[in-house]
Design a protein around this ligand. Structure first.
Ligand SMILES: [Zn+2]
Length: 128
């Protein structure tokens, strides 16, 4: 069977931070914090690691080991937590991929999810 199952054996000894399953990691503290809120709203207890490092500004150094990350408190929540995050990330990338809108006033390109022109602040939705 190999060694792949060994990390799960620690489960019987109780919850320890280093055996918890990580579901999300990002250099951007606000993003990790957003995911934490999202999961907690869904009733999934999570723990943020490296939070103090993140808020102290040390993540200006791009070392992934120091990035804030989220772990599920209960292993059985892992797949649910992951699907919530996955759904959110897909929504996020869909909005980034939204076709751009050209402002009718100043002809500047705007991302598809913008309501107002970044350049002249015209209402993009009123374009007809
Ligand atoms: Zn404009």
């Amino acid at each position: 069977m190999g060694e792949s199952g060994s990390i799960f054996r620690n489960k019987v000894t109780g919850v320890a931070l280093n055996t918890m399953k990580e579901v999300f990691r990002d250099r951007d503290y606000t993003r990790v914090s957003l995911m934490k809120t999202l999961l907690e709203t869904e009733g999934i207890p999570v723990i943020m690691r490296n939070e103090l490092l993140a808020t102290s500004g040390i993540t200006e150094i791009p070392i992934p080991e120091f990035f804030p990350n989220l772990c599920v408190f209960n292993d059985e929540d892992y797949s649910t937590a992951w699907s919530i995050i996955d759904t959110h990330l897909k929504k996020e990338s869909d909005s980034l991929k939204a076709p751009s809108i050209r402002c009718s006033s100043c002809k500047e390109e705007n991302p598809g999810n913008f309501e107002f022109c970044w350049n002249c602040e015209s209402d993009l939705a009123s374009d007809s």
